[in-house]
Design a binder for this molecule. Structure first.
Ligand code: PGA
Length: 253
């Protein structure tokens, strides 16, 4: 059985003071939860402090982005080796905000995926369609294209040390939800596509759902057979909400 994972994505939120309080509450809450892995993707400047606070806790440290380059004249970029120094277990790759606002291509996301793994971190590869693509019946072709770019560059074996996250763009930060059935259908499609290359890797791969996951809808989403946890934006900024979502993943059993 696949171990559940719930990851918080703080995006560009927080301060040293508010982070400390939030992490403290999440660490405390996680000490009473078992059977679910939990991580938080914190903004770069706070990683060092967060790593110290999270050390020896049940909450993993993670980053929101990484450069595809190892080092060099790339002003403003942060390499995978740098992140690994701060105990980052996971790093988001290809989040829709990176794709849409910062113009990240499928190829770039694939290069970041490879760079993260080369430094010993597990990439959380995000895929998802826009509302326009969904309405045009292009949900599957869109997520397939995003996934295939990584499969081609890294090879299917590389997925064994990664996590996939399906995040329909039209549900991110919008309060709109994919129904559990809509989400499950895409998760099953993604798993099936990977199974076409390697059955075992597909069966073991954790596929998270993200996009306006809240305490009220988490349980129904996590009860679907191919949904192995969540990538949580807004609700991860409120400790009680985030912990309730983690507990919803636990209770799926
Ligand atoms: P949201 O964000 O939960 O605020 O919709 C999810 C994400 O972008 O990872």
């Amino acid at each position: 059985m696949r171990a559940r994972l719930v990851a918080g994505n703080w995006k560009m939120h927080g301060s040293r003071t508010s982070n400390r309080a939030l992490l403290d509450a999440v660490i405390r809450g996680m000490s009473e939860i078992s059977g679910v892995e939990c991580a938080v993707c914190v903004p770069f400047p706070y990683l060092a402090e967060a790593a110290v606070q999270l050390a020896r806790s049940a909450v993993g440290c993670a980053a929101q982005n990484v450069s595809e380059h190892a080092q060099g004249a790339y002003t403003g970029e942060v390499s995978a080796a740098m992140l690994a120094e701060f105990d980052c277990r996971y790093v988001l790759v290809g989040h829709s905000e990176r794709r849409q606002i910062f113009g990240e291509t499928d190829a770039r996301a694939a290069a970041k995926f490879v760079a993260a793994q080369a430094a010993g971190m597990a990439p959380i590869l995000c895929v998802g369609e826009t509302l326009e693509e969904r309405d045009a019946g292009r949900t599957e072709s869109t997520v397939a294209r995003q996934l295939d770019a990584v499969l081609e560059k890294a090879g299917v074996a590389a997925l064994a040390k990664s996590v996939l996250a399906y995040e329909p763009v039209w549900t991110i930060g919008t309060g709109r939800n994919a129904t559990p059935e809509q989400a499950q259908a895409v998760h099953a499609f993604l798993r099936g596509r990977i199974a076409g290359r390697n059955n075992e890797i597909a069966a073991r791969l954790r596929i998270l759902y993200g996009g306006s996951v809240k305490p009220a809808n988490a349980k129904a989403l996590f009860s679907m057979s191919d949904i192995d946890g969540g990538l949580i934006g807004g609700a991860s900024l409120v400790a009680d909400d985030f912990l309730e979502i983690v507990r919803a993943a636990e209770s799926r059993g």
